[in-house]
Design a protein around this ligand. Sequence first.
Ligand SMILES: Nc1ncnc2c1ncn2[C@@H]1O[C@H](COP(=O)(O)OP(=O)(O)O)[C@@H](O)[C@H]1O
Ligand SMILES: [Mg+2]
Length: 308
Amino acid sequence: MPTPVIDIDSLTKVYPRQIGQPARRSLDDLRLRIGENEIFGFLGQNGAGKTTTIKILCSLLRPTKGAASVCGHDVRTRAARSCIGYLPENPYFYEYLTPRETIDFYGRLQGLDKATRAREWDALSERLDLRGIGAQRIRGFSKGMRQRLGFAVALVGDPPVLILDEPMSGLDPLGRRMIRELILSLRAAGKTIFFSSHVLGDVEQICDRVGILVEGRLRTQGRIDELLNRRNEQVELVVSGLSAETADALARDALHARRSEAGLHLTTADAAAANAMARAALSEGGQIVEFTPIRESLEAYFVKEQAS
Ligand SMILES: Nc1ncnc2c1ncn2[C@@H]1O[C@H](COP(=O)(O)OP(=O)(O)O)[C@@H](O)[C@H]1O
Ligand SMILES: [Mg+2]
């Protein structure tokens, strides 16, 4: 990989011991590199250590051991911080401000002048559908509205790297889709996106690569299609109109066979075997009713990884 945009080098975090509890490694020797313009999905169940990692990247927490850099700067520096747009797990707002004032406030913190801040509001309110609620107090906002505003705050100043902690959690399907599309549009605009989630479906749909964290340790990382090994996926073929003899012969060659009203269901080891079987069925006067790759979902993979 060329110079990584996010470089996590053997991060370990042990929180101070609490009364009645032994000290535990919440993060154990985590190493990860995220390349420019990647969407990286950081997966793990509750308590896996995702938020701990993200807080270290945003310099809100110090690691016990190890180091990390963003855009080539140690995360403890201002230079690193100014490269990052951060969406916390539960964004906190001044409840008596309006979204417009909130964006203005964060723009000021970054030293943006008044005209630039006004332009930021125009662009972000449009992009995150905040225009209609721009002048309402945040108090009383729904989870979806808060999440959109939190995202807008993360985008103030147009940072090249977005670090998002569970950006889709607590949202309805429409809200999730909006966030997914937003993340994709950010990548199209050249950004690098690192986000955590325990929602596998969302990750599967948009990530270039994922890392799976289990109890503070990176269990595996890679491209989704490589992790799922899709090239070797099984295929289910449904065939009808065969003679009993041909059907028996094909069933013997399949990994698994059963009959339904639709026809004979044949499971084959891969697409090549399924094609060979389909040709045999067609040449014997049969019809192909269905040809379905049996995809292992990331969810199934994740469950397997957790168990092993
Ligand atoms: N401030 C803290 N003090 C002590 N333990 C903590 C603290 N924050 C998190 N932990 C523990 O560290 C582990 C990882 O937590 P966290 O990073 O929040 O996981 P995730 O975001 O994946 O749900 C959990 O076991 C959690 O209880
Ligand atoms: Mg968390």
